[in-house]
Design a protein around this ligand. Structure first.
Ligand SMILES: [Zn+2]
Length: 584
């Protein structure tokens, strides 16, 4: 037995899946999917096959000759799910599994019509990262094994299906629509993704289309109009875009992340639609994943920084190319603050602040933080500083080309860098970055003139002339620089002058609400409740619930509000809030 991913039962000594063909019938009434999947192996195989499943009902397993195969679903283990062990009778090129998903499938969120903007039709979407694909499809759920797939989804004909795959056409059949998709490029299973709902689209360029509920689609098209320019900037930095299309799906407000880099169809939170294109850096981030993460993928969650640290670096290079070095530095400064908060959160589990981590017995969702993002980013900046930008950029392009459509570990990264730029790892103090806790003493601090101007305020209320040209990032940096608890007079003055409580830009609103709560300025409480009722993005839920729970006067409110909205939150967000509210 050779298992090389602590989050999967996939065994290196067994058959490996090359592609799968899925047919699935989606039933909104029972919130289940009845499906059949054929897993096709790289080569005909016999013996034992272990697959990952979670909450699946396995009905039958057959081989390519139609012979029924013996199988056993083992008792589930915490967060890993249940091992499905199949005995392959003789050499067979494939197995066919008939199964049903559970209404509790952790990859799916089923939304009632009332939870959508239009209010008339239900909505269903998947989120497979980190290890939720197994609640949708029985498979080897590890990024080490990339797969191609075809999928045929049947669903009520008044709805529209989209998938992170190529569109192969739809036909209506009675009350049902059947929509076929194909993913010709091999992907790690966590990038398997689809959504079904009341959706409309607008073309942004020949290779970019935005999807959203009909009531939001024009606003989304306006917000993301610059995406083709972003792809152009990214291609000139990192090489050709390998996924043909870059479409965007605007998600319902309960989507737990800012975005999810599903290939060909990025999923984005609607909170980035502000009407002023001020938060589109999330698009740059998901686009950057087309190279870092989707093309060169971490072999397992222990090397997650290879996905996210590289993507933060790539995102800020795109920002720098399009908006200038100052904007990239502001973004890095904000990232540095968020990194310090993550370090505080892991004060009692400092091993989680390393870049190279050990995940045996650890739920990857439970230890999700910005450490792999922002510490990974800073590490790559340290290497860049050691070897110079030109040499680093050349190495990065070579790294991306070398490991294209592959899955790698931190050791693969080290070996490649050392071969290309001997001495670079030592010069950047790589050991301390990768295997040390917190930040090395040599870590650089991001600097920019605009950042200096904010720091010079020392938390004092700025004049409107100063803030007139501020970006959302500058507002967030300023609000987080105000010493807390801030005097009530300061909170009152800020709110009176800048109407912060009324802001609809959550990247400004939420840091303000957190400052107000931590300062005991409880006039904002109704607005806090409003945000927690309307939005399920963890970036906002976590600081708001943390601030409510930290203050004796609002602790009970945190529990009440959560009880009220927990069912509307995505399962991943629900789990996160439960952790925040758990008595320490
Ligand atoms: Zn990312």
């Amino acid at each position: 037995m050779t298992r090389r991913d602590p989050h999967s039962y996939a065994d290196d000594t067994q058959a490996q899946t090359d592609s799968f063909a899925l047919t699935a019938r989606v039933d909104f009434a029972t919130q289940t999917i009845a499906a059949e999947v054929t897993l096709v192996f790289h080569a005909p195989a016999s013996g034992r096959l272990d697959l990952d499943t979670r909450d699946l009902t396995i009905e039958s397993v057959h081989d390519a000759l139609g012979r029924a195969l013996a199988f056993a679903v083992h008792p589930p283990e915490p967060f890993l799910g249940a091992r499905l062990a199949i005995e392959l009778a003789g050499p067979t090129p494939s197995v066919r599994i008939r199964y049903r998903t559970s209404p509790e499938a952790s990859a799916l969120q089923w939304l009632e019509p009332a939870q959508t903007l239009g209010g008339a039709r239900p909505f269903l979407f998947s989120q497979c990262q980190a290890i939720h694909a197994r609640s949708l499809v029985p498979l080897q759920d590890t990024p080490r094994l990339r797969v191609r797939y075809t999928a045929e989804l049947a669903f009520p004909r008044e709805l529209v299906a989209v998938m992170a795959a190529a569109d192969r056409g739809r036909r209506d059949d009675g009350a049902l629509a059947v929509h076929r998709f194909e993913m010709p490029q091999p992907i790690p299973p966590y990038l398997f993704a689809f959504a079904i709902g009341d959706l409309a689209s607008r073309d942004l360029s020949p290779r970019c289309r935005v999807w959203a509920e009909p009531g939001l689609v024009d606003a989304a098209a306006y917000e993301f109009a610059g995406v083709e320019a972003m792809i152009g900037a990214a291609e000139s930095l990192f090489g050709p875009y390998d996924w043909e299309r870059f479409d965007i799906l605007t998600m319902p407000p309960s989507f737990p992340y800012g975005g999810m880099e599903n290939p060909r169809l990025t999923f984005l939170t609607p909170t980035v639609i502000t009407g002023d294109r001020s938060l589109v850096s999330v698009v740059a981030h998901e686009l950057a994943h087309s190279w870092t993460g989707n093309l060169v993928t971490n072999a397992n969650a222990e090397h997650f920084w290879l996905n996210e640290g590289f993507t933060m670096y790539a995102e800020r290079r795109i920002t720098e190319a399009l908006e200038g070095a100052d904007m990239a530095a502001l973004s890095a400064a904000l990232g540095r603050r968020e990194l310090d908060e993550s370090f505080e959160r892991f004060a009692d589990r400092p091993a989680m602040t390393k870049l190279r981590t050990h995940h045996e017995g650890i739920d990857p969702d439970e230890c999700y933080s910005l450490v792999p993002y922002e510490k990974g980013y800073m590490f790559l900046c340290a290497i860049e500083a050691a070897v110079g930008r030109e040499a680093f950029s050349r190495w990065l392009r070579d790294y991306l080309a070398t490991f294209r459509f592959g899955a790698i570990t931190t050791e693969d990264f080290e070996a490649h860098l050392e071969a290309a730029l001997p001495g670079a790892l030592a010069a950047a103090n790589a050991r301390a970055w990768l295997d040390g806790e917190g930040l090395p003493a040599t870590a650089a601090t991001p600097r920019s003139a605009r950042l200096d101007a904010i720091e010079a305020l020392g938390g004092a209320v700025p004049s409107p002339a100063v803030t007139a040209a501020w970006s959302a990032t500058e507002w967030a940096l300023y609000l987080e620089s105000v010493p807390r608890p801030a005097p009530e007079a300061t909170c009152r003055a800020l709110d009176a002058e800048f109407h912060l409580t009324a802001s609809t830009n959550h990247d400004i609103l939420v840091p303000w609400l957190v400052l107000a709560l931590k300062s005991g300025y409880l006039a904002v409480t109704p607005r806090v409740e409003q945000v927690l009722a309307a939005v399920g993005r963890m970036k906002y839920l976590r600081p708001l619930y943390t601030a409510l729970a930290a203050e004796p006067r609002t602790r009970e409110l945190a529990a009440t509000v959560f009880a009220q909205h927990r069912d509307a939150y995505h399962p991943i967000a629900r789990q996160m809030v439960e952790t925040v509210l758990r008595p320490k």
